[in-house]
Design a protein around this ligand. Structure first.
Ligand code: DGY
Length: 327
């Protein structure tokens, strides 16, 4: 008999096929996030669970699943939705999907940066509305991107990929992280390590690439925006909670910074009403990893982890977040 798994939202076909070939799959039948009650009912009696970043995996859920649960295979690289310590206490491996979404996410961060600097979204709306009357010197003039300074807050895989893209635009790249990167990596993309204050003061674009942890929550708040240039922009493709959204709105309204390109929001899916009305903000619905290729690969990584634990008995599974359970 195939092991039973619960998938909390339908994934791209290639990924669903890999799961259905190997498991008895029960999948959320709706095109929406499950309610907590539906989620708890869905995981009951399953050997494996494949949640999304919209599903909280904690003691309550692990209890609801029952003692036969052997793996939680998150469909995301970020895993702030998972109480990994709770999984570890029960010796359940939790896994994520690192690597495959690095370039796709950096592509979108660059798209947001370009869009907000060059006013792509309001200019498109204007042209579509039939308002274009002919070329004009001041029509939707924005800010240059090339030769400007990009400040990367977080220099992990995605921050590094963003630096590579910035090199193509002749940008100067500075970064800050809790630990300085290997100088060889810095050299490859021409990035210079600076303290956070220098990064905020010198950058024309601050792009955030840190995971959400208790330490990074509100890593950008009112005092940080106050240090930025009034001509500078903030880009966030990481997690909404790393930015104090109320403070961001206040900084934008006060003209302390020039604009923002946001893919994630502090109280997702709610978006601060102040952001919705500002033309100098580009707003996307958390789609940074959203190419069909990448979303399929993310599902295949989750499938590999489930297969490793539930079929092959391979430990630890390939992208295990708590390998210490096997020590
Ligand atoms: C992640 O993987 O953490 C993204 O936010 C969604 O792909």
């Amino acid at each position: 008999m195939k092991p039973k798994i619960f998938v909390t939202r339908r994934l791209p076909e290639g990924a669903m096929r890999a799961l259905e070939d190997n498991f008895a799959v029960e999948c959320n039948p709706h095109d929406r996030v499950l309610t907590r009650q539906e989620l708890l009912a869905g995981v009951a009696g399953k050997d494996g669970v494949l949640p999304l970043l919209t599903d909280r995996v904690d003691d309550e859920l692990l209890d609801a699943a029952g003692p036969q649960l052997k793996i939680v295979a998150n469909y995301a690289v970020g895993f702030n939705n998972i109480d990994v310590a709770a999984c570890t206490r029960r010796k359940i491996p939790a896994t994520n999907t690192p690597g495959v979404l690095t370039d796709t996410t950096a592509d979108l961060a660059m798209a947001l940066l370009l869009a907000v600097a060059r006013r792509v979204v309001p200019a498109d709306a204007y042209a579509r509305a039939g308002k274009y009357q002919g070329w004009a010197p001041l029509l939707f003039v924005g800010a240059d991107v090339h030769h400007k300074t990009l400040g990367l807050l977080g220099f992990g895989r995605i921050g590094y990929a963003m630096a590579k893209r910035a090199a193509g635009f002749d940008m100067k790249v500075i970064y800050h992280d809790v630990v300085r990167a290997d100088p060889k990596l810095e050299q490859q993309v021409g990035a210079r390590f600076v303290d956070k204050e220098t990064l905020l003061r010198e950058s024309d674009f601050v792009s955030v690439h840190v995971p959400l942890t208790p330490e990074t929550k509100h890593i950008m708040a009112a005092p940080d925006f106050a240090l930025m240039k009034p001509t500078a922009y903030v880009i966030n493709t990481a997690r909404g909670e790393v930015i104090h959204e109320e403070a961001l709105v206040a900084a934008l309204q006060a003209g302390q910074i020039a604009g923002a390109g946001l893919d994630v929001f502090e109280f997702e899916p709610q978006i601060h009403p102040g952001l919705l009305t500002m033309e100098k903000v580009v707003i996307l619905p958390h789609i940074a990893s959203g190419s069909i290729e990448t979303r399929t690969k993310m599902g295949l990584i989750a499938a590999d982890n489930l297969i490793a634990v539930l079929i092959k008995g391979q430990t630890p599974p390939p992208t295990c977040l708590n390998p210490e359970i096997y020590a």
